[in-house]
Design a protein around this ligand. Structure first.
Ligand code: SF4
Length: 373
């Protein structure tokens, strides 16, 4: 096995077994993990405690118990989270942090069935106002106080600054990874690309950064070869499980950039330097976020952002990975679809259902889309 293959296997192993990643971390540090539900929690605050922030983004299970608590039209990812909660999958977490930027998350935050303490906070949707940022600073102060109490630690400003540095470095190396993966699709196929991103949710970030650096050094020493397949940008909440990404691979689709909430939206905005305290600058990340269905944007820049990505990467098309029953993503779609039509950008929408075990319909649609390209 080459060094690149060995490193990619390490990422794939972590991505496939978050429980082991958490247990290994606990054995190594004597501390445990804090669950982070999607979207824009200030993970740096958890990192500053020495506990491991663990992303919670659903799974790939058959749903039965979750139906008691969530309506059938709740999104696929939260059905999975509820099912896993009911099975006690999150009960080893020391705490769970939930932001509530959509109705489904608001609903889920009030119905948590796990035994870990839950910390809920709100992102203000009027993102242009200084008062909104001050509101979020207050939310982060409350979150920090609750974390300190639950974990029995004190989080100093110096701790937070150190964690901000670690996270900014990780975001920077991941942005470089996205570019390198686009140049070397023969080496980084869609499944490997996803594994590098997914492992990021379960690894201590400085360790993840070091491993990605090692990977990039190896890959960049290789010659860049021409890609004979098609190149695509993927947008949406997430694109998994691997069965879905296998189809991309089978039909020669290279993912040359993404706008997935689970992937590049996580690394899009850094915490900026400045005179203000760390909580203020952490809160600013929400105001600086763009092109995401969860962050209200009256100017609707997402379509333009995606078209820029198409131009920058010379992509052939945009694949929309539409999370089943996700209202925020469904509301954005008609706006950017019309912009694509006006500019002649090819796109294909596929539905992501985390419960799915078979992908024949998606396979047929992707196959015909590729043939038509
Ligand atoms: S943003 Fe969409 S996918 Fe995410 S929790 Fe809300 S409804 Fe579900």
């Amino acid at each position: 096995m080459s060094k690149v293959e060995t490193i990619l296997k390490q990422f794939a192993d972590v991505a496939a077994n978050p429980k082991k990643a958490m247990d290994d971390y606990t054995a190594e540090t004597g501390k445990g993990a804090v669950g982070i539900l999607p979207y824009y929690a200030p993970e740096e605050l958890v990192h500053a405690t020495g506990y491991l922030p663990m992303g919670i983004w659903g799974g790939n299970k058959s749903i039965s118990k979750a139906r008691t608590y969530l309506p059938a039209f709740a999104c696929s990812i939260m059905q999975q989270v509820m099912e896993l909660q009911c099975e006690g999958a999150y009960d080893d977490l020391k705490a769970v942090i939930i932001s509530v930027p959509c109705d489904t998350l608001k609903c889920l935050s009030q119905k948590w069935k796990g035994t870990s303490p839950v910390i809920v906070f709100t992102h203000p949707q009027n993102r242009g106002l200084e008062a909104a940022n001050q509101f979020l600073v207050q939310e982060y102060k409350i979150l920090k106080t609750k974390l300190e109490k639950i974990l029995g630690v004190t989080i100093t400003n110096a701790d937070i600054e150190a964690s901000i540095k670690v996270y900014n470095e990780n975001r920077a190396i991941m942005r470089e990874f996205v570019k390198v993966a686009a140049d070397y699709p023969q080496v980084i196929d869609p499944i490997a690309r996803h594994a590098v991103f997914k492992a990021r949710m379960f690894m201590e970030k400085s360790k993840h950064t070091a491993l990605v650096k090692e990977l990039l050094e190896e890959i960049k020493a290789m010659p860049i070869e021409p890609w004979t397949g098609k190149k695509v940008i993927v947008t949406g909440i997430l694109a998994e499980p691997n069965g879905l990404l296998e189809i991309f691979k089978e039909f020669g689709l290279a993912i040359v950039d993404d706008d997935l909430a689970q992937e590049s939206r996580q690394i899009r905005v850094d915490v900026l330097d400045g005179e203000e305290g760390p909580l203020y600058r952490l809160a600013k990340v929400w105001q600086n976020m763009y092109g995401c269905s969860l962050a209200t944007d009256t100017k609707k820049v997402r379509g333009k952002m995606l078209m820029n990505k198409v131009a920058q990467t010379d992509a052939d098309a945009v694949i929309v990975a539409m999370m089943k029953f996700c209202d925020p993503e469904e509301w954005d779609y008609p706006v950017y679809y019309r912009q694509f039509e006006e500019k002649g950008i090819k796109s294909l929408m596929i539905e992501v259902d985390q419960e799915a075990q078979s992908f024949e319909q998606i396979k047929t649609r992707i196959q015909s889309f590729v043939e038509n390209m």
